[in-house]
Each structure stands twice: as C-alpha cells, then as structure tokens.
Design a protein around this ligand. Structure first.
Ligand code: NAD
Ligand code: ZN
Length: 244
C-alpha cells in the first residue's frame, strides 16, 4: 500500500493533466453523511426517495425540510484534509480539473477553483418557473419564494432522473479524454455517468487510481486502488508534490 502510494505520487509528479472525481466519501470525515447505509436515512426516508422531482412536486414542504436540514448540517461542517490536499494538487498540476458529485460546497470552501460541481450545490437556489437563480447561504423559510415571479424556489441540485446542468458533461469529458492521471475518490461508483468516467480516461491512455475505504464495482479495473481514508491518503499524495 505504501509502495502504491509512492508510485501514484511519482505518477502525479510527472503529470501535466490530472482529473479528479470525488464523491460523498471525501466529505465523510467532515461529518457529512454519505447517501448509502444507515447514515443516509432522514426521518426514515431514504435520501434517494426525496432527491427527486416527483417527490418535490408531490411534497415540496417535506423535500424543502430535508434540504434545509442538510444545509444546516453541512453549514456546521468544515473542509477536511482531503479537501485541502486537492487544493494543493490544483496548485501543483498545470492542467487540473476537480469534478465533484458532492453538493455540499466543501471543495469550494476549502479553496478549489478548477472545480465542476456536476450535481449542483445545496447553496444554489433556482426558481421553478422563471430563470432566477442565486447562491444563498442564509436560513430559508419552509417554502422559499422567488423574489422575481413569486413562485416556489427549489434547491439548485440535480435530482435523480434529471439531466445534468448543460455543458457540464462536455467540459468534463473533454478534460478526461486528455488526462494523464484520473483519480476517483470516495465514490461508490454507482451513479452514472460519473461511474463510467474512469473507463473514458482509461480508453484515452490515462492511469486510473481509486481511493476508497471499501471496494467498489470499479476497483478491479483501476491501475491502482488505494484502500483507506481520503483524509489520510490525499495529504500523503500531495506532500512534496512539485518539489522533486
Ligand atoms: P455514496 O454515498 O454512494 O458513496 C460514498 C463512498 O465513499 C463509498 O464508496 C464509501 O466506501 C466511500 N467512503 C466513505 N468514507 C470514506 C473516506 N473517509 N475516504 C474515502 N472513501 C470513503 O456517494 P457518491 O458515490 O458520491 O454518490 C452518491 C450521490 O449522492 C451523488 O450523486 C451525490 O451528489 C450525492 N451525495 C452528496 C453528498 C455530499 O454533497 N457530501 C452526500 C451524500 C450524497
Ligand atoms: Zn421566478
């Protein structure tokens, strides 16, 4: 394992183009619950059953209660060493892109700038009727209304069954196709299309690396699978990067 870390470190050091994909596991050490397992339950609802357009249409107050709870919970969490290590990686690699499936905003709060939040953000609001959209970190009423048209606002996140934000997939794929190294960190690799990004990277000649505390359906296809916490492994990977 230590030998693998050293090899990945050497690879990163020689890389000009790195793409990183992160999932909920990167924020687990900040205290943000992941979706799968008992942690993912809220008032006995599965997150997957609330994070959907039909749930919002049928029970907007329930879905907003869930999101207001998540905003409060995440608002009290802080970025962890994994988030900061990725900020450092961005500084050291000339062509870097971080694609996150997380909606908690912790990468941005840590300082990542070459960042795509492919599923949106808990801190984004958008109108269900007009084009109004804004970032808002304040405490919201149970059913927030659009200041422009008065209709209901919704969380600016991509729900299950919804298409990605226009352009996001194209920019991600363009970068993945050119990557020397592709890292998949703290994601269960169950949600598409992100779960297939590694394949794209591999097909275009990138070295693929997974960091996770558990095996995923993709583990066996990776060039390197580093088993452990993102908050332990990532700081090790970036220490001394760019100084060789
Ligand atoms: P997931 O919950 O399905 O999987 C989390 C993965 O992280 C698991 O494979 C687990 O083994 C791994 N993991 C847990 N702790 C870890 C650690 N300390 N270090 C490394 N790995 C660790 O999450 P997902 O794959 O991101 O997919 C779930 C979907 O749910 C995404 O689309 C995402 O938008 C959404 N989601 C987001 C958040 C968030 O913003 N923090 C939280 C939950 C779910
Ligand atoms: Zn509106």
């Amino acid at each position: 394992m230590q030998a693998d870390i050293e090899m990945v470190k050497a690879l990163l050091d020689g890389s000009k183009r790195v793409v990183v994909l992160t999932g909920a596991g990167v924020s687990a050490e900040s205290g943000v619950p992941t979706f799968r397992g008992v942690d993912g339950l809220w008032k006995n609802y599965r997150a997957e059953d609330l994070a959907r357009p039909d749930a919002f249409e049928a029970h907007p107050e329930l879905v907003w209660e869930f999101y207001n709870w998540r905003r409060e919970l995440v608002g009290d969490c802080q970025p962890n060493p994994a988030h900061y290590a990725l900020v450092e990686m961005e500084k050291q690699i000339s062509n870097f892109l971080l694609i996150t499936q997380n909606v908690d905003g912790l990468h941005a709060r840590a300082g990542s700038r070459k960042l795509i939040e492919m599923h949106g953000s808990l801190w984004q609001l958008k109108c269900t009727t007009c084009t109004h959209a804004r970032e808002d970190f304040s405490e919201l009423p149970p059913l927030p209304e659009c200041p422009v048209c008065g209709h209901l606002l919704r969380p600016g996140v991509v729900w299950f069954g919804e298409p990605l934000i226009p352009g996001v997939l194209k920019v991600s794929i363009d970068q993945i196709n050119k990557a020397d190294v592709f890292l998949s960190i703290g994601t269960s690799s169950l949600v598409q299309p992100a779960a297939s990004f590694y394949q794209l990277a591999k097909d275009h000649g990138a070295i693929t690396v997974e960091i996770n505390i558990e095996p995923t359906p993709n583990t066996g296809f990776m060039d390197f699978a580093l088993h452990g916490k993102a908050g332990d492994i990532l700081p090790e990977l970036v220490t001394g990067l760019g100084e060789f």
